[in-house]
Design a protein around this ligand. Sequence first.
Ligand code: UDP
Length: 455
Amino acid sequence: MMAQNQRLEQHRFIPSGKQGGLLARYEEIIGKKAVDELREYREGFSGRRIIHVNSTFVGGGVAEILRREVPLANELGITTEWYRIKGNEEFFETTKGFHNALQGRMLDDPASLIARYHDFYQNGGGTLNRPLIDFLGNLSREDVVIIHDPQPLYLIHHMKQSEALKLWRIHIDTTTPDPHTMSFVVDQATHYDGIISTMHEYVKPHLNGYRNIYMLAPSIDPFSDKNRTMLTGEVRGRITRFGIQTDRPLLVQVSRLDPWKDPCGVIDVFETIRGYGRDCHLALVYNSADDDPEGAAMEEMVKKYRDRSPYREDIHLVIGDDPLDVNAFQRHAAVVIQKSIREGFGLTVTEALFKEAPTVVNGVGGITLQVLDGSTGFSVKPYRVDRKARAICAEEYGRHVDEFARTCIRAMDSREDSAKIGKRGREAVVEKFLATSKLKNLLDIILDCGADGAH
Ligand code: UDP
């Protein structure tokens, strides 16, 4: 048991033709010139290796990004590997607490959370991750380590001897973090050679005097099962397999069940739309990341919320483990909703825009990089929440839900406008949020951060 637990856990990609030929396929979308430009990086990275470390190979945005960018970099000839740290249930509960606190939830006792995090690394976690710690500690000057999010952040203390370039990439919206938690995170993060965040606003105010801050949005892979073209018959077949009729307008939100994704708020919006006499049904498509212990309790809560609804028969809770199902729901949707209260970026939005789906969002965080109201989608003004993701003012929340519902109706009704907006949404994604352009940005960051020889 021990021997198995102590293996170095590297993500292995399917070594079939499925992964190869990626660049040639991208050429069809982004053009030969852009792909040739990307190929030029190979020389600059000769003899170097990029190592990503996060906490899960499955579920959530980070895994989605790495699943694309790692094989793409390898095909380019830049050796890139992906490892995960291991943790126990308590550790993931702690780091989920970190995630929530950084995202805005005020903690009653941040010190105990921080103590538990420390404790993990100083005790069991150190042993559990010994192979990874040894591996990272012995990297050479040519290597580049990219540590993702707070779970493996602390590993910096085990890499002090290593001359590798060390970057920390944070995917969380830290506009209004719990100050204690943020200050602890900043203390660790500033040991890195560079910090990468999705938006300047997230980290800049907390990192006074720290130089190497970089911005990098995530990306999607247009050829993955999640995003590849699907024929209408295939789409319908997938939807009906869940017992959902395809002849009525379907509203869809694809998201982990998490308070910050506001699944109950989506149900409120749906009920309001039905209250306006509009026939439609709703699918909440969700999966759970294996580093998200809150998922099960939230699932229970959302089910209860659904069951008290007069429209419960029309609210479908769908497990979105199969990317082709997610793809089908996003394509079939009359409206894709993303009602997140906080959102680091929101890959689900990128995926919906790429499919030209009429998309109605709460205008927060990284979503605002993607949805420009009336141009690439429909954006609704957010309502204010407290540190526990609850509305501060019931009246304001009521107005917000009503506006959200009316915006969904508008997106369903004005088909011509929605089609134009959908096209622009896709164009924006092709230009800015495909894996190729983000990989290029990342390689530039590495070259820039490594250039001063400071590491
Ligand atoms: N996702 C999925 N199935 C689901 C729910 C989500 O495959 O049932 C995927 C979704 O398509 C997206 C990712 O998980 O690619 C979620 O990324 P996002 O940035 O939207 O949110 P995060 O979970 O990282 O907060």
